[in-house]
Write a protein of this length. Structure first.
Length: 187
């Protein structure tokens, strides 16, 4: 029974999307920051439990990045809706994730099982996106003062990595699909 504890923590993290969005929507950025911190802590806890006790599962490998993406996409979307973040940046982040998910589903149905392991570039992109959202929540809660030049640089880095990571996935998985399809035709 304990083997499923990391997946339960991940599902609970998914449920944090609702209060996160509500708090952002109502301008309660301090509370949104607390929810984001709890989500980050729960991500560390489920990862530790899964790796330390060998409770890693295929389902957990799928649920964990979905939980992270749901929270990130919700934060970007709601901050953009509130006018606190450029809408084009939210569209880029969400568009990248939708392209990756659509590509994974297509690969799974047309080629075979999809390996959900993120690339190092994707991991870096996720970390930068998380740091950006946390910094935005800190700025909006007025806990820190961020100069416009630093914020604009952070927007540029986040956008650049998001675009590069999305292109990387399309190129790498497109090539794998092409090679697999070509190999099947050669038989």
């Amino acid at each position: 029974m304990l083997r499923h504890l990391p997946n339960l923590v991940t599902i609970l993290r998914m449920l944090l999307v609702v209060p996160l969005c509500w708090l952002i929507d109502h301008g309660r950025y301090e509370g949104a920051l607390v929810v984001a911190a709890i989500a980050g802590f729960s991500d560390a806890v489920d990862g530790f439990l899964a790796k330390h006790y060998g409770w890693q599962t295929w389902l957990g490998g799928i649920l964990d990045p979905i939980a992270d993406k749901l929270l990130l996409m919700a934060a970007f979307l709601w901050l953009a809706f509130a006018g606190d973040m450029p809408q084009w940046l939210a569209a880029l982040v969400i568009g990248r994730d939708l392209v990756i998910v659509a590509g994974a589903v297509a690969y799974h149905h047309l080629i075979g099982r999809f390996d959900a392991s993120p690339s190092p570039l994707s991991k870096l992109t996720t970390v930068v996106q998380i740091v950006f959202v946390l910094a935005e929540l800190l700025r909006l809660s007025r806990w820190i003062d961020v100069p416009d030049s630093v914020r604009n640089a952070a927007i540029g880095v986040t956008a650049g990595l998001t675009l590069a990571s999305g292109l990387h996935y399309v190129i790498v998985w497109g090539a794998r699909a092409w090679q697999t399809a070509a190999g099947r035709k050669g038989r």
